[in-house]
Design a binder for this molecule. Structure first.
Ligand SMILES: Cc1ncc(COP(=O)(O)O)c(C=O)c1O
Length: 286
């Protein structure tokens, strides 16, 4: 029997299966909302403050008032985690502008909708880490504010479908200059001439919390890091990896059906992953 899950919906905890929102919620009608995902390991949240700060930035960017203070949000996230059966969990927070008769322009200040759910955070098997993931590249068809963690994810869904249809795990977006931006739900980093390279933070990419963590551990261990645009035809690319809350860092071994580097999980990608896992284990044991 599958466990009973609990969702937080607008002030109440309730069984997930019974949780509903109004059909005129602007999240449903217009994808007028933002979200956040934070990992919890044995009761310890990974970079919760950074996730809450990004949640606040996303709300501000689309002018949705935060439904509660960040301290209260942290408390609700904690409670949702505790009311669900997973010790390793990914907790999803979604905030929409609220419920109103359908009209593009929100006519007055609405009460935002807030839902929080908790799901099991799966860990990839050692074999999957060693094999690495397969990627494809696609021309970026998304909007021009990818720094906002918007719930409008149709382009990402289409990208994932295309990747799946082509036997790959993730699709990575290229802009018109051929710059490698990020994946549908991941950031992408490369090792180029021994340097860890990733696209700089601008409106073309989400400022991934895991991307920041990867950069931070690399710098701590004296690895050279460059945040700059990069393209697939650069000489000296030996490795690629993707980062996200749900994956930490995973090596990319195949891109567009061609081997990345020697086609094996990159040594430095695996090293960065290990450093990150060590930090997570320290957090777990704290
Ligand atoms: C487009 C996009 N880029 C990057 C990421 C990775 O962000 P984070 O490391 O904060 O999970 C995500 C996560 O959902 C994403 O959707």
């Amino acid at each position: 029997m599958s466990p009973t899950l609990t969702a937080y919906v607008n002030g109440q905890f309730m069984p997930l299966d019974a949780a509903t929102i109004h059909i005129e919620d602007r999240g449903f009608q217009f994808a007028d909302g933002i979200y956040e995902v934070v990992a919890c390991l044995d009761g310890h949240f990974l970079d919760l403050d950074a996730h809450l700060a990004r949640l606040q930035r996303s709300c501000e960017a689309v002018q949705i008032p935060l439904p509660c203070s960040l301290d209260d949000m942290a408390d609700l996230i904690q409670q949702t985690y505790e009311r669900n059966p997973y010790s390793d969990a990914m907790v999803y927070v979604q905030i929409t502008r609220g419920v109103a008769p359908r009209s593009h322009l929100p006519h007055h200040q609405l009460t935002p909708t807030l839902i929080i759910t908790s799901r099991h955070l799966p860990q990839p098997s050692d074999e999957k880490v060693a094999t690495g993931v397969k990627g494809i590249t696609l021309q970026d068809i998304r909007w021009k504010h990818c720094e906002i963690k918007s719930i409008a994810l149709l382009a990402s869904v289409m990208g994932k479908q295309e990747a799946h249809a082509r036997g790959a795990d993730e699709a990575f977006w290229l802009n018109e200059q051929g710059h490698v931006l990020e994946g549908c739900s991941t950031n992408i980093l490369a090792i180029i001439d021994g340097v860890l390279v990733t696209h700089p933070l601008d409106r073309q990419v989400l400022g991934g919390i895991t991307r920041n963590m990867a950069i931070a551990v690399a710098k701590v261990h004296a690895m050279h890091v460059e945040e700059r645009p990069w393209t697939l035809d650069e000489v000296g690319i030996s490795e690629m990896m993707m980062s996200s809350t749900t994956n930490a860092v995973m090596p990319i071994t195949t891109l567009n059906e061609k081997a990345v580097g020697d086609g094996k999980a990159g040594v430095q990608s695996l090293q960065i992953r290990r450093w990150m896992i060590e930090e997570m284990e320290r957090l777990r044991a704290a």
